[in-house]
Write a protein that binds this ligand. Sequence first.
Ligand SMILES: Nc1ncnc2c1ncn2[C@@H]1O[C@H](COP(=O)(O)OP(=O)(O)OP(=O)(O)O)[C@@H](O)[C@H]1O
Length: 300
Amino acid sequence: MASHPGRLSPAAVRIDGLVRSFAGRRVLDGLELAVRDGEFVALLGRSGSGKSTLLRALARLDHDVDGEGGLTAPEDVSVVFQDARLLPWKRLLDNVVLGLRAPDAEERGRAALAEVGLAGRERAWPVELSGGEQQRVSLARSLVREPRLLLADEPFGALDALTRIRMHALLRTLCARHRPAVLLVTHDVDEAIALADRVVVLDRGRIAADLPVRLPAPRRAGGPGHARLRDRLLAHLGVDLDEPGIEADADADADTGVGADDTGAGPGRESGRESGRESGHGSGAASTPAHDRAAEEIPA
Ligand SMILES: Nc1ncnc2c1ncn2[C@@H]1O[C@H](COP(=O)(O)OP(=O)(O)OP(=O)(O)O)[C@@H](O)[C@H]1O
């Protein structure tokens, strides 16, 4: 992903003390987060930690939900879900340009389908496509609108491992070309590390860790720094790698070419102590959020 960690870009997203509650229970509890223009942020968190609730708030799909706090997000937002949500009675091109009011909509739709590797399939029906191909159409439909912000809620969660790897490469290429800010919800730590400029971990409605990923491309699992960053994120997700039956990557201590403290993450923010494994999941520190250093760098 083309990233410019040293360059100060404006904030595409700024969230300040966001609260969202269901039946009096706070799911987002004073959440602070900023995402720069063109930045790719992966959002990890245990099931029920509020990831989709956050995405729905950013997409303005939560009108009926109780909440407060500041939320600035662009108007031009596209959302990709785990299921492609194509209209089965419309051909692929019509699905891609649905609602797109532009004189050159059809031309752009064709170009978008070509970008995702589906040139020549414009007149196909969704039912004729595999799951991975349908998700390609979903990406084309999102990016044809040239959104400033792309929200992706586990977009590859239903795909097989090989298709997912291909989709990672495609998403990287598309984002480098179109440069939207991206907030990707995923359960897959490796996916987060492979794709994102920054990985944030949501825990009990707040950001428990916010780690820039400073790993060279291509980011292959097992590369320098990768394993230790992975362990650190897993610890924040409550996975105890010391538990019998759970093995850390064998190369976790065999990384070369990086300093002793190099976890592949820059000087991010973590609740609790520096090592997530030492702090244990949650560690109680989620209730006293540290200042978000990464967000601090983002000018309004
Ligand atoms: N419309 C709703 N009404 C009531 N409770 C809700 C609603 N939407 C979400 N919740 C609750 O809010 C909590 C967070 O849900 P959310 O879907 O945001 O979690 P998540 O982190 O995306 O989970 P998962 O990883 O399992 O998809 C859950 O306990 C869920 O039951």
